[in-house]
Write a protein that binds this ligand. Structure first.
Ligand code: ADP
Ligand code: MG
Length: 349
């Protein structure tokens, strides 16, 4: 905590974006200070992997070996921008960590640890309990431990920094795609964008309901990222929409790409929307957190085998290719470029 930061978080009527009723129920929590809050909701005792976890000025993390590289990533979720106030806190805990683990996955790193910087409008115990439950449930699945953070009062803001590791030289970087590479994507696209669109309808699904699962509970493709270390060349996770994210690979690798629209795997829900709406949902909708990667054609068989792994079957689809000329082109069934209004997909447009 910085000097001058109020060290007490009062329970606010609106809670941390949760329905207000829980704030008052906290009762004694009007005296719950920052340190008690950390102890109750985030401190799970001695670190398992880190030399030193939370409780000191820094966490201490030993290097696992001389030939490993650390991968470090930060993603912030801001209330009102990345999620609606009132979003199920358990889902938020999941997503705040999931988007970071997805970044680790897209580099081929396996998760080690993370820190959590939290700004909260108040100390709402029910909200904090659900948030930490959602976050730790995901963390435990990947044996990734919380080693520190910061807690302050302010508009709801969740910022996680995740640390992963991988063998030196094996990272799946955006700048490694080569002309002639196949272009692959995991899972299905458009499901999160469809869920987001449903929130604007007259009778939106309730937060936390399965209908919003693809939006609220993305699954980081950690095992796939690790398995791709020696099979893929470049990779990125699809957080801002396929066209935009593929554009990042192309820019960094100084190449272009062609996507065969009929080959793009669509989320099941897209079957029930007008065909004309599907490209925007699947190609420009964000938040799917699937992995988009390029690989040499000689690795096709190995990559197809990966997708059939009995432990965790995951659809892997070849959707196009990397080309020498710059730009991303979407081709229809006849191989003709489809008019895609790129400006329509700019978050700042
Ligand atoms: P400092 O004053 O050194 O910044 P703080 O008083 O902010 O330390 O935090 C005390 C300890 O609690 C530190 O080890 C910090 O990493 C940890 N911590 C604070 N907030 C969180 C949080 N939201 N999640 C996990 N650990 C936290
Ligand atoms: Mg601090």
């Amino acid at each position: 905590m910085r000097k001058g930061t109020p060290s007490r978080l009062r329970p606010s009527a609106s809670g941390a974006g949760a329905p207000g009723k829980h704030g008052d129920r906290a009762g004694g929590s009007s005296t719950m200070g920052e340190f008690e809050l950390i102890r109750r909701f985030f401190d799970r005792g001695p670190a398992r992997h880190a030399e030193l976890g939370l409780g000191d000025d820094c966490a201490l993390l030993s290097r696992r070996g001389p030939d490993t590289t650390l991968a470090i990533t930060t993603d912030m979720l801001v209330g009102g921008r990345h999620f609606l106030e009132g979003t199920d806190p358990e889902a938020l805990g999941h997503k705040a960590l999931a988007v970071n683990l997805s970044d680790l996955a897209s580099m081929g790193a396996s998760p080690l640890a993370f820190t959590l910087a939290l700004a909260l409008p108040g100390a709402d115990e029910a909200w904090l309990g659900a948030f930490s439950r959602g976050m730790f449930a995901l963390a435990d699945r990947f044996d990734c431990e919380l080693i520190g953070g910061d807690t302050t009062r302010g508009p709801l803001n969740l910022c996680i920094t995740a640390i992963g590791e991988l063998p030196a030289g094996s990272a799946l970087r955006r700048d490694r795609a080569e002309p002639g590479d196949d272009l692959w994507v995991s899972g299905e696209l458009g499901g999160a964008a469809l869920a987001l669109a449903s929130l604007r309808e007259p009778h939106p699904p309730a937060t936390g309901s399965p209908a919003l699962g693809r939006l609220e509970r993305p699954e980081p493709r950690v095992a796939l990222g690790v398995a791709l270390r020696h099979l893929a060349r470049a990779a990125i996770d699809v957080s801002d929409g396929l066209i935009g994210d593929l554009g990042h690979i192309c820019d960094r690798s100084r190449v272009g790409a062609e996507v065969d629209w009929p080959a793009v795997p669509l989320a099941a829900g897209l079957a029930s929307v007008a065909a004309a709406r599907r490209p925007a949902l699947a190609l420009a909708g964000g938040d799917d957190y699937e992995l988009l990667f390029t690989a040499a054609p000689e690795n096709r068989g190995s990559i197809e085998a990966l997708g059939r792994a009995p432990a965790a079957p995951l659809r892997l689809t070849r959707i196009g290719r990397i080309v020498a000329s710059s730009g991303v082109r979407i081709l229809d069934a006849r191989g003709v470029a489809m008019p895609i209004d790129a400006s329509g997909y700019d978050h700042f447009g």
